[in-house]
Design a protein around this ligand. Structure first.
Ligand code: NDP
Length: 726
């Protein structure tokens, strides 16, 4: 049974029609509005974004009712709308007076936040054509009767634009209902809109009156309190991180008063501008409460448009499946994807949304019949400490020590299968396969890569071999998890990234440190502003090379031996995530170990990161008893990570600031390699990113190469992180 009674598709020219203002959105990119010299232009508007998402991502037939001043800015907005595919035949074009005194087009400047700096928007939308629409200006009976629409969407932004727009909104909603369209309304409370129109009290009068016409009411926590006057229990002024339980209690009051068929909300907890907890919950009388998969600490690129994309995903789900659980998963997944790209509007594809939804276990029938995906899905397993995950069938390229000591146990622990191993000599391959109970051994890479029962390869050969082996694996359509350093040169490394992109396979680099619970906590603290502005970082990564590994690392510089490519590259994988862009490096290296090494076995470096942050590293094969560590010192505090630059899930993190010193709880002590493998499998399953992407691995290599060169030439060397041709 479906939640809503929908008009048949054949009767209607449009699946969905939105009413709202469409503005020119000006995006300063990485700059701030007040310092920008260039802006990128997009079109955007809360209600319109929903029509665009439904058209562009979900392939439905949508239109927008709006008004634009007929000047080149209005025509630019139209041009952008045409690109989005939303039907523009219902746009009201208003003659321009040459000045903008009587009618204008709205502008909206929005800068992205980052870490401790929140996103900021500046609206310049007074006297716009859309805000001047009056009752009677639009022939609603023609739109909903003659043409026909299955769904009508509008919201509290448009209703708050001017004294006339509440009436226009009410008139449209009434007509939509008269002709059998489902009416959805996104409360979208914006205090600035209501400031000169009677404030929150007027917002509540208008929204409560319009709510009478609504079938599907959408809002976030604040909207329900500010626009409809309901109280969320047990929360103060700050509603971030609202518990689903509180929302459920409030919905009881809402549905007792209004006859909504569906109520849905996003649940957003702001950890920082770049990290949000993200979830969604919906209610219908038919289903009760259903919750989308919660995505804690989700990294976001641009939060604008997340709520609108939630609405379009939800509407798509209700229109096509009639299942509320699926609908809320579609909404949450589409919202999550929209926040990975700039602009109001989503750049996601339906396949991407479906892949993300499928990862939640929701009932989605329309996955493409792709062999690795269906095979992977069939092997889905449940683990006690997490919901569900995909496991893969692996081919091992390299009969290596790290595979034997770390990766094979981690693969088995997390339910992955190892289908075969490749080594350059058949004898070694056979012996390794016997020793590690791997069913198949080969010295022919082609043979391994042509096996249809292998989804992904793990490359742990000597460093100089990574490049060619990754290119071969990508050409064979295998996902690649490659050991660090990703390659020996930046052109080779970027060529690997491009080859995997072109082949459509996931490419991850097995830097284990960013997967550690300790490092994730350190990142979270720094992102949340616990140390203020970072000033300096000290890395203590001088360790003792075990005898069994004292081979190519010491005697084969051409094969990729040496401290920078073995240890500094790991530091860089941590530092780049923590600090952003590395700029330059200086370094000194010596040979001090009890061996006849062909490379320096101890190096100290100083690396400068963007924002005048200095890093010092001590990386060596020669120090037995120092222990490892990572310290982050900022304007407001210092973090001391002890024993955290290791392969094991150990170590402690202490935060010291004006209020004293305290040990930070590390909630996740899972094996680092298991975390890396789980993230990789999820990346394959959900088309998400692995723990360290190929590009992340290349940028870590860039730092290591700069340190290596600086130690050789004795000068400051720039770090080159921009992609280069290979
Ligand atoms: P091994 O010393 O075990 O060597 C790996 C393979 O490389 C061997 O099986 C052998 O292949 C080949 N090989 C070894 N020596 C030579 C040589 N002199 N010339 C040509 N080929 C050689 O390596 P590790 O396990 O220590 O390291 C493998 C990879 O994993 C490296 O890239 C390393 O940087 C990385 N690594 C990553 C770690 C992490 O925590 N992420 C930890 C340790 C290593 P064959 O079977 O064909 O003879």
């Amino acid at each position: 049974m479906t939640v809503l009674e929908l008009r048949p598709r054949e009767e209607c020219a449009f699946d969905e029609v939105s009413l709202g203002e469409v503005m020119l959105r000006l995006d300063p990119g990485d700059m701030r509005i007040k310092t920008a010299r260039e802006f990128r232009a997009w079109e955007g508007g809360g209600e319109y974004n929903v029509a665009r998402g439904l058209r562009r991502c979900f392939g439905l037939r949508t239109a927008v009712v709006t008004a634009l001043a007929d000047n080149p800015v209005g025509r630019l907005i139209e041009d952008l709308m045409l690109q989005g595919g939303v039907d523009v035949s219902l746009v009201n074009w208003v003659p321009y007076d040459g000045l903008g005194r009587t009618v204008r087009n709205g502008l909206n400047f929005t800068e992205r936040g980052f870490g401790v700096r929140g996103a900021q928007g500046v609206s310049d939308r007074g006297h716009t054509a859309a805000s001047q629409l009056k009752p009677g200006d639009v022939d609603w009976d023609h739109i909903f009767g003659t043409l026909g629409a299955r769904w009508f969407h509008t919201g509290g932004i448009y209703a708050g634009l001017s004294p006339t727009t509440p009436e226009v909104t009410g008139e449209a909603m009434a007509a939509a209902k008269r002709h059998g369209a489902i009416v959805s309304y996104d409360l979208n409370y914006r205090p600035s809109l209501w400031k000169s129109y009677g404030g929150q009290q007027r917002a509540q009068e208008v929204n409560r009156a319009l709510a009478e016409h609504v079938d599907v009411m959408i809002g976030n926590e604040e909207d329900f309190t500010a626009c409809l006057g309901f109280q969320v229990p047990d929360t103060g002024e700050d509603l971030t991180g609202l518990e689903a339980a509180n929302f459920k209690a409030m919905i009881g009051q809402v549905t007792a008063e209004f006859g909504f068929s569906v109520v849905a909300t996003t649940l957003r907890g702001v950890v920082s501008a770049s990290v949000n907890d993200w979830g969604a919950i919906a209610w219908s009388a038919h289903d009760g409460f259903v919750e989308a998969r919660h995505r804690p600490a989700m990294e976001i690129y641009d939060r604008v448009g997340g709520g609108d994309s939630f609405a379009s995903g939800l509407i798509y789900g209700l229109l096509t499946t009639g299942d509320l659980q699926e609908a809320v998963e579609y909404g949450a997944a589409h919202g999550a994807l929209a926040m990975t790209t700039p602009g109001d509007t989503s750049m996601a594809s339906l396949a991407e949304v479906q892949a993300l939804v499928a990862g939640t276990g929701a009932r989605v029938q329309r996955l493409p019949a792709c062999s690795w995906r269906s095979a992977a899905a069939s092997r889905r397993q449940t683990f006690s400490d997490r919901s569900s995950m995909t496991t893969l069938r692996w081919g091992l390229i390299g009969a290596s020590d790290v595979a034997a000591t770390r990766i094979i146990p981690a693969m088995r622990q997390t339910g992955h299968q190892i289908a075969g191993v490749w080594s350059s000599t058949g004898e070694h391959a056979e012996q390794y396969a016997r020793q590690h109970e791997i069913p198949d051994a080969t010295s022919s890479l082609d043979e391994l890569l042509s096996r249809p029962d292998i989804d992904a390869v793990y490359i742990s050969t000597i460093n100089r071999a990574h490049h060619a082996q990754t290119l071969s694996a990508a050409a064979a359509g295998k996902h690649v998890l490659c050991e660090k350093p990703v390659a020996l040169t930046l052109p080779d490394a970027w060529a690997m990234v491009r080859a995997c992109d072109a082949a459509g396979v996931v490419f991850g680099v097995n830097h284990h440190l960013p997967c550690a619970g300790t490092h994730r906590e350190i990142r979270r603290l720094v992102t949340a502003g616990a140390v203020g502005q970072p000033l300096g970082v000290r890395v203590f990564h001088a360790v003792h090379l075990p005898q069994r590994l004292a081979t190519w690392r010491l005697n084969d510089p051409a094969g990729g031996g040496g401290v920078p490519l073995d240890i500094t590259v790991h530091d860089a994988a941590v530092l780049n995530r923590l600090l952003g862009k590395p700029l330059t490096a200086v370094a000194s290296g010596v040979r001090q170990g009890p061996w006849d090494a062909a490379v320096d076995d101890a190096i100290m470096s100083a690396i400068e990161y963007e924002g005048s942050v200095l890093v010092q590293t001590h990386d060596a094969f020669t120090v037995q008893y120092a222990g490892t560590g990572l310290e982050v010192h900022g304007t407001e505090g210092s973090i001391f990570g002890r024993d955290v630059m290791t392969q094991d899930p150990v170590g402690s993190v202490v935060l010291r600031d004006a209020s004293g010193e305290r040990e930070v709880d590390i909630p996740d002590r899972r094996d680092l390699y298991e975390v890396s493998l789980e993230a990789f499998a999820r990346a394959v399953d959900e088309k998400a990113e692995p723990a360290v992407t190929g590009a992340g691995g290349v940028r870590a290599l860039a730092v290591a190469l700069a340190v290596q060169e600086a130690a050789l030439c004795g000068r400051r060397v720039p770090v080159s992180v921009e992609p280069v041709e290979g």
